[in-house]
Design a protein around this ligand. Structure first.
Ligand code: HEC
Ligand code: HEC
Ligand code: HEC
Ligand code: HEC
Length: 456
């Protein structure tokens, strides 16, 4: 299942109340300057998770009782934190389906996916132990350790040196350790992947190909991660603040800013239609089916999640004329594809595609009015329409309804004995209740009818 389970929400609500209550009164840092995207980028060497996972460092099996830190951070991350499998999941069934719907060969090789599912540090900054398979490792959040690996133990881990903890922490920050305790920093960091930013966007095509909808609330998601640190006396000695409300607020500020940045960046369309992920999903959708599997003909037409023009009447004509002029039917289909694709190019391209189609419509009219349809032509037309329905080209209820009406009409006007009359009962049942209509049910019913029609 790729949906976040329902339980997360109730867990979330509970956590929220708990966190907010404990945080009242200690909220500071509400109005720190937010982080700009550029401030997230860094140029230190990423040594790799294995460099942190030594048992003497962060790789203990159990937390230490009286240390400055828990020292089992690696285990928590590897065992419970989903970030450790963010890369490997790009090879699973869900990712393969998403990739396939988008025409991507291998999600685990595609920058579009790696941007949020792995440590994308460039080759020249990858240390010996760096492994892409580690997914979102320590250094994605804590910063490349190249410059602070040597200096960061000691002051922070030795309890005798707690006095100098704050100074030690400042020194580490200067050497490139990320200020993960700063709500503004983590708001920008976490949301760069959990909501997207100008460099990485889970765009509408990805969503429509089956990527789970992104949602995020900083304080709750930190609790769900789960945390691998403990807020105690020495944590505060290091000068670190911990306030749930200031994290919540920093998260909301960052999300508001990000939504405007994304709007600015993606609202100027190349064709007629801007990036749909910048709009409210539910202004267009009621339920969304993220288990979609796109047929070859759909993929050929437009990328997943494209706004489609209402071309149903055109497509049906292309199927109709196939009984008298196969070549014209094919040209017609190509012109329809061009019209759809032109909507992503420019208004001019769309007008010229539309002119071409006008000519095809005229020719079709002439060819079809030459004589009355013969019985065999009616049969051929029935098969052509059924094939269109079974191919996945007919998606909406309204399109499906047209197809059904056409089939009914052809079957009545055939006037042949009732025994050889095609039954459209299966298709009718799918259309009986518009609220329950799904394209997949329709496709299956049409396929079944097509199979029995071909047997006759
Ligand atoms: C903008 C960042 C971003 C991009 C780009 C992105 N993802 Fe994701 N992906 C996420 C986040 C964040 C989650 C976790 C969502 C959640 O649970 O709230 C996720 C979750 C998933 C899941 C579900 C994981 C699970 O635990 O079941 C799959 C599968 C997935 N992504 C595949 C892909 C593929 C394939 C691509 C490339 C086509 C991709 N992602 C691109 C951020 C991204
Ligand atoms: C998704 C981001 C993320 C990843 C991945 C991550 N951390 Fe953290 N880490 C945090 C945050 C947030 C905190 C809590 C805030 C803080 O104290 O800095 C934290 C806290 C810590 C602390 C405690 C700091 C203190 O002062 O008490 C240690 C130690 C630590 N992380 C080590 C690791 C190690 C080792 C790994 C890899 C095995 C890792 N982290 C992976 C985000 C991350
Ligand atoms: C580099 C991108 C990236 C960053 C930075 C990042 N995450 Fe994630 N996060 C992901 C992806 C991708 C997943 C999905 C992994 C999976 O489902 O196995 C994920 C999953 C999670 C999950 C599990 C969600 C679920 O539905 O089970 C939580 C919780 C989470 N992240 C919290 C955070 C927090 C808090 C931060 C900041 C401290 C953060 N993430 C930073 C990419 C990122
Ligand atoms: C302006 C309208 C619009 C908005 C806003 C929009 N979508 Fe879509 N969405 C579409 C269209 C058009 C399709 C393609 C439907 C088709 O091919 O029949 C689609 C398809 C999808 C699909 C494929 C399954 C299905 O139900 O057809 C998913 C999943 C999806 N969108 C998710 C999202 C998410 C998540 C958001 C918000 C980030 C979103 N959409 C915002 C118009 C929109």
């Amino acid at each position: 299942m790729i949906n976040t389970p329902q339980t997360t929400l109730s867990r979330r609500a509970k956590l929220f109340v708990a966190c907010t209550l404990t945080a009242l009164g200690i909220s500071t840092g509400f109005f720190h300057a937010a982080y700009a995207e550029e401030q997230l980028s860094e140029d230190s060497v990423h040594l790799g998770v294995a460099s942190c996972a030594n048992t003497a460092c962060h790789g203990r099996a159990a937390p230490v009782e009286h240390g400055a830190i828990l020292q089992n951070e690696y285990r928590t991350w590897a065992k419970y934190d989903h970030h450790s499998r963010a890369y490997t999941l790009l090879k699973n069934e869900d990712s393969r389906r998403i990739a396939n719907n988008m025409g991507i060969e291998d999600a685990s090789e595609a920058h579009q996916c790696l941007a949020c599912h792995a440590d994308t540090t460039p080759k020249e900054l990858q240390g010996d132990k760096f492994q892409i398979a580690d997914g979102i490792g320590c250094e994605v959040c804590h910063g490349g350790a190249g410059n602070w690996i040597d200096s960061h133990y000691g002051a922070n881990t030795n309890s005798a040196a707690f006095d100098s903890a704050a100074a030690g922490h400042q020194e580490n920050l200067k050497n490139g350790l990320s200020p993960t305790e700063d709500p503004n920093f983590i708001a920008a960091l976490c949301q760069s992947c959990h909501l997207g930013n100008t460099n990485q966007l889970a765009n509408h095509e990805m969503m429509a190909a089956g990527h789970p909808r992104l949602r995020f609330e900083l304080d709750t998601w930190l609790a769900l991660m789960p945390p691998h640190h403990k807020v105690d006396a020495d944590y505060k000695l290091r000068g670190k603040q911990n306030s749930a409300t200031s994290r919540w607020f920093a998260g909301r500020i960052q999300a508001a800013q990000d939504s405007l940045t994304l709007l600015e960046k993606h609202s100027t369309p190349q064709g007629l239609i801007p990036e749909l992920a910048i709009f409210d999903c539910h202004s267009c959708h009621r339920p969304m089916d993220i288990t979609v599997r796109r047929s070859a003909s759909e993929k050929q037409l437009l990328p997943a999640g494209s706004m489609r023009i209402n071309d149903n009447a055109l497509r049906m004509l292309a199927a109709i004329v196939s009984v008298r002029d196969k070549a014209l039917s094919q040209e017609f289909s190509i012109a329809i594809r061009q019209l759809n694709q032109a909507t992503m190019v420019s208004a001019k391209a769309m007008h010229s595609a539309s002119d071409k189609l006008m000519v095809h419509i005229d020719t079709t009219k002439q060819i079809m009015s030459k004589s009355v349809l013969s019985i065999s032509e009616q049969q051929a037309m029935t098969i052509a329409l059924l094939k269109q329905g079974a191919s996945g080209e007919v998606r909406d209820y309204a399109d499906a309804e047209q197809l059904f009406l056409a089939l009914q009409l052809l079957s009545y006007s055939k006037n042949d004995s009732s025994s050889s009359q095609q039954s459209y009962e299966d298709i009718f049942l799918v259309l009986n209740d518009e609220k329950k209509y799904t394209q997949n049910h329709f496709k299956a019913a049409v396929q079944k009818t097509l199979n029995s029609a071909m047997e006759k």
